[in-house]
Design a protein around this ligand. Sequence first.
Ligand code: BES
Ligand code: ZN
Length: 387
Amino acid sequence: MQTWKLGALTGALMLVSSALANIEEDLSTVLKFGPRVAGSEANEKARAYFEAQFQALGYMTRRDVFTYPRFDDLGSDVRVGTRTLAGRALEGSTGGTVSARVVRVPGVGTPENFRAVNVRGQVAVVQRGQIPFLEKARNALAAGAAGLIVVNNEDKELQGRLGERTELPALAVSSSTGAGLRNDERVTLNVRVRDGEVRGVNVVAFKSGVTRPEILFGGHMDSVLRSPGANDNLSGTAAVVEIARRTATTPMAQRSYFVLFDGEEDGLRGSRAFVKENPLLVQGLKAMFNFDMVGVNVTPLNVSGESRLVDIARQAAQIAGSSPDRGGSDQAPFAQAGIPTLFFHRGLDTNYHQPTDTLADPALIRATVDAALKTADAALLAVPAGR
Ligand code: BES
Ligand code: ZN
């Protein structure tokens, strides 16, 4: 499932059109593209920009392509008269528009609950809880419902999963939205979804001839839907590219690989694919450093991971550390493969995964790079050759 494109030709062409930039320019250029959701145009533009940066530094670049299924809610709601009520498609729901009456089903949507009312051709409204979403949907279908609304137990939106593709438009709403849906009222359920294959692309950069690197510097370049992902994770991407700039003409470049992972937000897709598809390279690594959310100081720079590497980072770069790490980013598949990892981060900020994630501080990214380079130097000295 992998196509390797050695970037020599495209690289030479791109060299002409791209000048070497710095962190500030990386941030301003790439933020203009918009949210970098895997598979989106902005994601591809950002990748092309960073490839050109690597190539201008004299690195080769390669694209590792992988695919995976993804379900997207493209914006779903319930219309009541002139009012539009927010809702979220249950993952696995079919798309569609249903105009019908509301039938409030007593309870959570068991077969017994459905026997108490007649939902045939109507929009059934059930409470969250007790049985899986999939059972609620199957029971609604069996009772002849044309659509389903699941009401949350809390007054916030609910991101539910059916777990299987189900031939019923199904939406989840907050408790207050649910309480406002009156029996017999005419509503229009709008479920707009896309259920398809995503093409993810990792960028791999290295100096010509380097096939067995000792250290891999990585960070994810994708972001979540509707978030510009300045801190999560343009900051980490910029750190990786800046490390490539700083080491380009040093011996460290001969010992390093740089990887910009795609599909992290969809479940570490890019890093998992990389570990799976490059077993020899991965097994030869002495260390994998991952950078995720290093542009906003919620906590001072922190590393977590393999205890020996954490100690080295503490000593060499005076940074706080803990082991093991909390997972949740691209170091995890490497750690699972037995590779010593370090996860560089500055904590979850309040704009995490929000449209307001628009700022990353170049000075904090630079300080992260300083710390990572000191740690890398010390780590490669400390780890015996041929580990
Ligand atoms: N950037 C976060 C991970 C993170 C957490 C970085 C804490 C720094 C501090 C990452 O993009 C994310 O959202 N991960 C998910 C899990 C992933 C498998 C989708 C998470 O942590 O919930
Ligand atoms: Zn992230």
